[in-house]
Design a protein around this ligand. Structure first.
Ligand code: ZN
Length: 359
């Protein structure tokens, strides 16, 4: 059964008719198709390019596959039709093509240094085992590997790199040899410089960016997923750590304060930026639209760029073609133009995923 939609298709900005036939988009009329929307503004769905559907609220691994489905459903109902899981302690590869699931780009478990990451989440390995673990996690995921690039070193009382440059070079090489892209959790200045130089494909958070590192990312085409919602939590992390780790607390506060301007600089320099909420654990799912609003209001990214970063641009980056002939049959419709007010993104009037009406 085919579906028919008429509306202003973004980013083309034209009123068009399109048909969804099975899981594909077509611009060739299909007689007897069911019309499901006849007005408004049509996007190929929002994207949350950094979330975790294998981590339960509170931060423990999910209890099972049904909880993975339930967390993904919160995103789907918010119009998020593609997501990148940036590290899951729970394997759920059997859901990759499930009809109810948003498109999934997945890392396996975080590859983390011993006792220097969230408890029970990462595959914790010493430096000499990182490359082998990256290979293992590349096959557990479906195209991405996630490396923990830095974390607090309790002995030093501050953020410190997780790995040296040679270990990172080996990790990047192992990921690419396995056909995966590699991304990294990183907050601090020194760590992000080393990771970008090692050739990671994407930087998550990236609060320690400098002008030089931004220029290097632009040159290499390294992506940035700022997760501004997550960075807003740094003052709470700092307050909790203050009495034991005052240097770390001050560092986290400084990183938070400087961050919106760095995202603006990265955008201006031409670094590819994508929307990620870091949902899972302490952050709720379904917040891609909220992150998009922050990229506009706090980092000054133009509305068109924010829409690309949280929809068609991010889909292209993750390998999920949008509203083009032969593209994947996902779309959201908004009654009014999100380019005039991004808050519209919170209230889709129609959601279609994999050629089926969600609502
Ligand atoms: Zn994360």
């Amino acid at each position: 059964m085919a579906l028919h939609v008429r509306g202003v298709i973004l980013p083309d900005d034209e009123v068009r008719d399109l048909w969804l036939v099975g899981d594909r988009v077509s611009f060739t009329p299909v007689p007897a198709a069911t019309t499901v929307s006849t007005g408004g503004f049509v996007l190929p769905g929002l994207v949350d390019a950094h979330c975790h559907i294998g981590i339960a609220p509170g931060g423990a691994p999910v209890s099972g596959i049904d909880e993975v489905r339930a967390l993904a459903a919160i995103d789907r109902e918010a119009g998020v039709l593609a997501l990148r899981d940036a590290g899951s302690p729970y394997p759920y590869g059997e859901l990759d093509d499930a009809p109810e699931m948003p498109r999934l780009a997945r890392a396996g478990r975080h590859v983390a240094p011993p006792r220097r990451y969230l408890r029970d989440i990462g595959a914790e390995v010493p430096a000499e085992d990182v490359a082998a673990e990256v290979t293992r996690q590349a096959s557990a995921g479906n195209g991405w590997v996630k490396l923990v690039g830095d974390w607090i070193d309790r002995g030093e009382g501050d953020l410190a790199p997780a790995w040296d440059a040679a270990t990172l070079a080996g990790a990047v090489e192992a990921a690419h040899a396995a056909g995966a892209r590699i991304t990294t959790h990183v907050f601090a200045e020194e760590s992000v410089a080393t990771l970008v130089a090692a050739g990671v494909d994407s930087v998550e958070h990236g609060t320690g960016l400098s002008g030089d590192v931004i220029a290097e990312m632009a040159r290499r085409g390294t992506a940035l997923v700022p997760t501004m919602i997550n960075i807003e939590t740094f003052d709470g992390i700092a307050a909790a750590a203050e009495s034991k780790f005052p240097v770390y607390a001050a560092h986290m506060r400084r990183l938070q304060a400087n961050f919106p301007a760095l995202v603006a600089d990265a955008y201006d320099a031409g670094v590819p930026i994508y929307v990620g909420s870091d949902a899972g654990g302490g952050i709720d799912h379904g917040l891609a639209a909220a992150e998009m609003l922050m990229l506009h209001e706090r980092a000054g990214m133009p509305v068109d760029a924010v829409l690309a970063a949280g929809s068609w641009g991010a889909r292209a980056w993750l390998g999920f073609p949008g509203l083009v002939e032969g593209g994947l049959a996902d779309l959201v419709v908004y009654d009014t133009d999100p380019r005039t007010d991004l808050r519209v993104l919170r209230a889709p009037s129609r959601i279609v995923l994999r050629g089926r009406v969600v609502r």
